[in-house]
Design a protein around this ligand. Structure first.
Ligand code: SF4
Ligand code: SF4
Length: 265
């Protein structure tokens, strides 16, 4: 998705491609394209779409709210609110892709790390802290360190300045705790977790088919504990806002007890 959004800019001769362009013909402006931008701020068919955390940081830093910011955040809140907040983490965020590669590497190298060292709701506090800090420093703090921003800058400008953040996440992942960044620390994940509590796309369980083998918990990329109420027979869906609707538990279940469903039952 990050590559997709950056592609029109690169093709039009902006960003990194512009560094090599040697023509007097003016490149078309990004606004002339159907879609362009990054995962923090983009335009699709002329509609501006903004990352809600980035927008909150800008509002806090500038201490003023613009209509443009509000209308830019609204489509994101509506779509992810209706579907499932952390579907962004499971299906769009490039960091999840990196961590899936590191999962594979860790298994290959036989590296064992703790399953959960930091409570998963810590990231909501991190999100609140980032907004408060942005207000105090009059600067959108997380945007300077965001690994998603680092990936975007790398694709668009060939910039390596954000590689340190991605390397730090990789070290945490390989040697300290499985998925600690996404599960517990990423402030954008915190925002989407809060939004995910009303999502309508959910994993549903057939209690009669479950043999309690635990394979779904081992496969869960978000946090195995979010499956507990459903596995214990206390709920018919995975209700936690942390579920990314990634489907890994469904693929892992040997009896077909799990399936995607619509509605919160
Ligand atoms: S593995 Fe299942 S419960 Fe865990 S995040 Fe993915 S869809 Fe949700
Ligand atoms: S993988 Fe399927 S059968 Fe095994 S515990 Fe999970 S839901 Fe039950």
């Amino acid at each position: 998705m990050a590559v997709l959004f950056c592609l029109p800019l690169l093709v039009a001769g902006w960003g990194l491609a512009g560094s090599f362009a040697s023509t007097d013909v003016a490149a078309p402006t990004p606004a002339e394209g159907v879609f362009y931008g990054s995962l923090s701020s983009s335009s699709v068919l002329g509609v501006t779409i903004l990352d809600p955390l980035a927008a909150a940081e800008v509002v806090a830093a500038a201490k003023t709210v613009s209509i443009g910011l509000l209308t830019g955040v609204l489509p994101v809140l509506v779509v992810y609110g209706l579907v499932r907040g952390r579907a962004f983490c499971g299906w769009v965020c490039p960091v999840n892709l990196l961590l899936e590669g590191l999962d594979w590497l860790r298994r290959k190298l036989g590296l064992r790390v703790a399953e959960r060292t930091v409570p998963r709701r810590t990231k909501i506090g991190v999100a609140a802290g980032v907004v408060v800090l942005s207000a105090l420093l009059s600067f959108p703090v997380f945007q300077a360190f965001s690994p998603i921003g680092a990936v975007n800058r790398g694709i668009l400008f060939g910039a390596f300045s954000g590689l340190g953040v991605l390397a730090a996440i990789a070290v945490l992942e390989l040697f300290w705790s499985r998925r600690v960044w996404c599960r517990s620390l990423c402030p954008l994940g915190g925002v989407y977790e809060a939004l995910g509590r009303v999502g309508q796309v959910n994993v549903a369980i057939d209690h009669d088919a479950c043999i309690h083998c635990g394979k779904c918990e081992s496969a869960c990329l978000a946090d195995p504990e979010i499956l507990q109420p459903a596995l214990a027979g206390e709920d018919r869906i995975v209700r936690a806002g942390d579920c990314m609707a990634c489907g890994a538990c469904i693929d892992a279940c040997p009896t077909g007890a799990l399936a995607m469903s619509l509605g919160r039952r």
